[in-house]
Design a protein around this ligand. Structure first.
Ligand code: ADP
Ligand code: MG
Length: 352
């Protein structure tokens, strides 16, 4: 070998080869460094979009992907479910059932009516999806809402009662011709669960689904830590939550008197109705937040507990497995259900 290198002409070739080798080693090192960097950037990817569906602001945030079409499909699903489940949207399944323009429903609508009925039974009617004849008289979204005529409310109340509603195969049956279904207290939770199913089927492992404050998480944050969900102080600023709760893949849903209300002659009228009077529930509650795995349960139970009040609502939550609640009373005291503070590292970021 030495013989070759010692020969004239081989020395420059040796130098050239060494330089080429060094350059190629350097290029490989650079490529490795940049692909490592690209991976780091990849895990920081996120995309968030907001739109208006279900009478509220819907925000979907995905982590680890920038696939906009996944969010567009979530919005399309919101639209599709709204066209089935809305009480007010002309031509929706619920709207048509209430007008007796049809007597059958799709699988999803039947599924949600059945779930709704199970919460009517569980709460002994404090939660009642046949509140429709009364809730349609209270238009909280009107420009100048007003208290309905007492006589009208009294008459409407005679058509409220979940025992007047039943299902038989794909048929929805009413024993009272003027009973109307209102799934407003449970639909957002159900839809959030369906959006999560869709995202998980499409390999999304980290996301938040926010349907007007009805929050459902998919997995954890990309760094593996839990999502930190804020619970708003009633009537307070959304940007400075009263409590922050870390949750992994769970749902956080609040029903509060400050969400939809109006004042008339110094009285505040809110949108959670007492099914035995037709008027807003009068108790000392400002809000109820439910932590649960499935958002449909959180949505149904936050309204149920609000209607039941602190004592009965808390007893119900304490009797249920893996469901937790935070009640806020009108003295702004916070009441936690059994085991909540052991299960979740809840914090109060702003002193009250
Ligand atoms: P939000 O819609 O603001 O999230 P809720 O989930 O508590 O609040 O649902 C309130 C809606 O549920 C009302 O706007 C009405 O359509 C309906 N509703 C009101 N009172 C009751 C009740 N006692 N049981 C079942 N549904 C109710
Ligand atoms: Mg609800």
């Amino acid at each position: 070998m030495n013989r070759f290198f010692r020969q004239k002409g081989f020395r420059p070739i040796l130098v050239l080869c060494t330089v080429l080798l060094l350059v190629s080693v350097l290029l490989t090192a650079c490529r490795q460094a940049s692909s490592h960097e690209a991976q780091d950037i990849g895990s920081d990817k996120q995309i968030s979009k907001t739109s208006f569906f279900l009478n509220t602001v819907v925000t979907i945030t995905l982590y680890g992907t920038e696939e906009e079409s996944l969010i567009e499909e979530c919005f399309r699903l919101c639209d599709e479910y709204e066209k089935k489940l809305s009480r007010t949207l002309e031509g929706s399944e619920i709207n048509a059932l209430n007008r007796r323009a049809r007597d059958t429903a799709s699988e999803e609508t039947l599924d949600l009516i059945e779930t709704g009925l199970s919460y009517c039974v569980l709460s002994d009617g404090a939660f009642d999806i046949t509140i429709g004849s009364c809730s349609s008289l209270w238009d909280f979204t009107a420009e100048a809402p007003s208290v309905p005529e007492p006589e009208l409310l009294k008459e409407a109340l005679t058509h409220v009662g979940y025992e007047k509603l039943s299902l038989s195969k794909n048929q929805v049956l009413f024993s009272d011709d003027q009973t109307m279904i209102d799934l407003g207290a449970i639909a957002k939770g159900y839809i959030a669960d369906r959006l999560k199913d869709f995202l998980v089927e499409n390999q999304v492992t980290s996301a938040t689904i926010d349907l007007g404050g009805n929050i459902l998480c998919v997995g954890d944050k990309p760094d593996g830590s839990a999502f930190r969900i804020g619970i708003r102080q009633p009537f307070g600023d959304q940007g400075s939550p009263m409590l922050v709760v870390p949750v992994s893949g769970w749902s956080v849903v609040t029903s509060g008197i400050y969400e939809r209300y109006f004042e008339e002659d110094g009285t505040l009228y809110h949108h959670i109705l007492n099914p035995s009077t037709g008027y807003p529930c009068e108790n000392n509650l400002l809000s109820v937040t439910i932590l649960s795995e499935h958002s449909v349960d959180g949505d149904a139970l936050s309204t149920t507990c609000f209607s039941l009040g602190l004592s009965d609502g808390m007893a119900l939550i304490d009797s249920l497995d893996e469901i937790y609640a935070v009640f806020v009373t009108d003295d702004y005291n916070i009441h936690y259900s059994e085991g909540l503070t052991d299960r979740f590292a809840i914090s109060e970021p702003y002193s009250r």
